[in-house]
Design a protein around this ligand. Structure first.
Ligand code: MG
Length: 285
């Protein structure tokens, strides 16, 4: 964590230039202490962004990644349905990015990328639906980067200016299909295989947060993003050499340690430090 109290404006902008897109957040951030949490939610048929403050949400008007302003409208967290924190056009994922997950295998020379579809995304609280012919469905707790602006072919030194913040993700994976299929569309991008949320944390160093996965309360994965083989800037720069990143796009950064098969009824929690807990229950479709 980079700051624990509301910083003076100069320090805030210095911080933003180091880690974050400076565009929208400072105005909002000046009103808060510590990292700012942004949520996207549905309430009485409307979809909105807001800042999460304890168990209440203060609504934002406008585009989170562009012009916006806070409003005096508040809703209780308990009264809303949390949505994936962005309506991402692209969901990109990095595989084999922790040595603890690789085991004895040698790390690749560049990030191994694959795609998840935006239609696979679900928010915290929604169910992971296991398809009828799936027999080996695994969790993968991950820190997820949220892109804040259009970026193409950015060098590593400038890559973090593309990142708005971070969130938590579960890169749900069907291991048998990963082995059997020509590509990983079904294994990684079936409907509901992309839990993400509950919030975007702004004002956090993505390269030193704890990622913890629990299944029915039992800790299964526990490692800091400082152990990523390719860090956030390297990932964003690499992806942007080939694919134009746009505001709202999401990048899953990889899962640590081992994974195991899930069963219907299991409750999977992915907690990323400062972000909160992403909680989803597995059900048979
Ligand atoms: Mg993964």
């Amino acid at each position: 964590m980079l700051r624990t109290a509301a910083p003076p404006t100069a320090a805030l902008f210095a911080l933003a230039s180091l880690f974050l897109a400076p565009a929208p957040a400072p105005l909002v951030a000046q009103q808060h202490e510590g990292p700012v949490l942004f949520v996207r939610y549905q309430h009485q048929g409307r979809t909105s962004y807001g800042t999460l403050q304890g168990d209440r949400i203060q609504e934002i008007d406008g585009d989170l990644f562009g012009d916006h302003r806070t409003t005096d409208r508040w809703v209780a967290l308990a009264d809303v349905k949390l949505l994936p924190p962005t309506p991402a056009k692209k969901v990109i994922a990095v595989g084999l990015n922790y040595q603890s997950h690789l085991g004895t295998r040698t790390a690749a020379e560049y990030p191994g990328l694959f795609a998840k579809y935006p239609t696979s995304l679900i928010g915290s609280g929604a169910d992971i639906l296991q398809p009828p012919d799936s027999k080996n469905l695994h969790y993968e707790g991950e820190m997820v980067l949220v892109i804040g602006k259009t970026c193409s072919r950015v060098p590593v030194a400038e890559a973090m200016s593309c990142v708005f913040g971070i969130t938590a993700g579960n890169d749900v994976s069907e291991r048998d299909w990963q082995s059997a299929d020509l590509q990983w569309f079904r294994a990684k991008a079936s409907d509901t295989f992309g839990p993400v949320g509950p919030a975007i944390a702004w004002g956090v160093n993505p390269d030193d947060v704890l990622v913890e996965t629990r299944v029915n309360g039992e800790v299964r994965q526990h490692e800091r993003t400082a152990d990523l083989i390719f860090d956030s800037a390297e990932i964003v720069s690499y992806v942007s050499q080939y694919i134009t990143l746009e505001a709202g796009d999401l990048i899953y950064t990889g899962t640590p340690q081992a994974t195991k098969a899930l069963q219907p009824g299991d409750v999977v929690e992915v907690e990323v430090e400062h972000v909160g807990v992403l909680r989803n229950t597995v059900r048979r479709r």
